[in-house]
Design a protein around this ligand. Structure first.
Ligand code: CMX
Length: 434
């Protein structure tokens, strides 16, 4: 069945469930929270709803109930591809169903027809100084397309609430199709002598991305894998939450995704993938290209910690075990690049860092996250400009964030508006004498 038709069927069924929960069970308590959680960035407060993914602290992410290995096994793959098509993932995230090959291919054709960028987007990218960070350029390029929003145009003509999801779906699908082209043009413009970016209409989103930046197989699979593993991580992480929050005021998806990109650009979140490579290159320079012994690597890790910095690529606000997104990439690396010296660095770090973080006694999770592995794979395939890595994360993350926004609109989730308190109020709640 066509994705949009299937989605509509699902929306109609789901609306009833949300209305029932709201009307009949609205007063049932979900949980309690503490002063520590209020001061501590709302960790663990259950206050967001999404059916698209769920993050178990020990198991890691599930998309629509499927673990990552299941997602990779079940989604339809292109001819000669080891990794599934990203378009099939979009179908899964939106409907909760694994598409048939024919259903995924229909999404692929539809997205292929939405890829072309308006000329002014190239002009916006061209206007940036060469030293600008690619995340700033990406955010601005997405923002520049706001005038294309179908939701916005229809809203101002007068749109029924029940129909918000339809034009949001159109905007979201347009943006998912266009973001890889924006990313590829930024890459070609900043780092190559041939900024002109050519597409191949016969290729799926991941393979076309590889084609646009002139990378050969298996980089098509690297792109697919990368966009899939980064797509969603529940709603509470900074990028997903920012996208949801902005869209909750009925700002269109261009505003929301531009904001999502800005949140992802922080070193504690998506930018950690570039920070891992920067950290490793620092060690490599000191080692004169040799892979350090475990003892030497321990010294580098302690030096970083003792200078008050974090070890990028390790730790997580929710996860308490090794990130399955790390493991998926590690398995790919073992198959395709196991002798790469930087992969040896990553392996040594995997052995050395967790016991040190435990010994230091601060991090609640000493294990590697998605970012510990991802830059090294990009580096292996010639993308050595590590500033660019978070752009790749953004292209993937937009797929989950936009799927969530479509559902937010379909279910009529309201403007987000948590309540603030003052320090004095918390002291009063704590029973501290003023
Ligand atoms: N290296 C050193 N210290 C770390 C650490 C790490 N990798 N991870 C956590 N800590 C420290 C925290 O900075 C904090 O220190 P203070 O008490 O001095 O403030 C303490 O341990 C407790 O932190 P936590 O509760 O375990 O972790 P948070 O939920 O506060 O933060 C995260 C989570 C990811 C920001 C943190 O683990 C971190 O900074 N990791 C390194 C950066 C990174 O890899 N980020 C990417 C995460 C995945 C992603 O979003 O892309």
């Amino acid at each position: 069945m066509e994705l949009k038709d299937r989605l509509y069927e699902k929306i109609e069924g789901h609306r009833v469930r949300i209305q029932r929960l709201k009307k009949e069970y609205g007063d049932v308590e979900v949980g309690r929270y503490t002063i520590g959680q209020v001061i501590g960035g709302m960790r663990g407060i259950k206050s967001l709803i999404t059916d698209i993914s769920y993050l178990d602290p020990n198991e890691g992410i599930r998309y629509r109930g499927y673990t990552l290995p299941e997602v990779f096994e079940k989604l339809p793959k292109p001819e000669n591809g080891e990794m599934p098509c990203v378009e099939g993932l979009y179908y899964l995230l939106l409907t909760g169903e694994i598409p048939t090959k024919a259903e995924a291919e229909k999404v692929m054709v539809d997205m292929g027809n939405r890829r072309q960028l308006p000329k002014y987007v190239y002009d916006v990218i061209d206007a940036f100084p060469k030293k600008s960070h690619p995340m700033a350029i990406l955010s601005a390029a997405v923002m520049s397309m706001e005038k294309e929003s179908i939701f916005n145009a229809r809203y101002h003509r007068g749109l029924h609430k029940e129909d918000y999801w339809d034009s949001t779906y159109e905007d979201a699908t347009n943006l998912i199709a266009k973001m890889p082209v924006i990313g590829a043009y930024i890459y070609n413009k900043l780092y190559t002598n041939e900024p002109e970016t050519f597409q191949d209409a016969s290729l799926d989103l991941g393979a076309n991305f590889a084609y646009m930046i002139n990378k050969e197989a298996p980089y098509d699979d690297v792109s697919r894998m990368y966009f899939i593993i980064h797509a969603d991580h529940e709603s509470g992480n900074v990028s997903a939450h920012t996208g949801h929050l902005i869209a909750s005021s009925l700002s269109d998806v261009y505003y929301a995704v531009s904001g999502m990109i800005n949140g992802l650009a922080g070193p504690l979140h998506g930018l950690a993938n570039q920070e891992v490579l920067r950290w490793i290159q620092g060690v490599r320079e000191k080692m004169g290209d040799k892979v350090p012994s475990k003892e030497k690597m321990k010294e580098f890790v302690w030096d970083t910690l003792n200078s008050g910095q974090v070890i990028p690529g390790f730790g997580h606000a929710v996860l308490r075990k090794t990130d399955p997104r790390y493991t998926v990439q590690r398995e790919f690396a073992l198959k395709h690049m196991k002798d790469d010296p930087l992969f040896e660095y990553v392996n040594t770090l995997y052995e050395v860092v967790p016991p040190i973080l435990v010994e230091q006694g601060k991090a609640k999770n000493p294990w590697p996250n998605v970012d510990a592995q991802s830059g090294v794979i990009q580096w292996h395939y010639g993308i050595t400009q590590y500033d660019f890595y978070t752009v790749l994360f953004s292209i993937g993350r937009a797929i989950g964030v936009l799927s969530n926004i479509i559902w937010d609109r379909a279910l009529g989730y309201p403007l987000e508006r948590p309540k603030s308190v003052s320090t004095e109020m918390l002291e009063r709640i704590a029973g501290i004498k003023q």
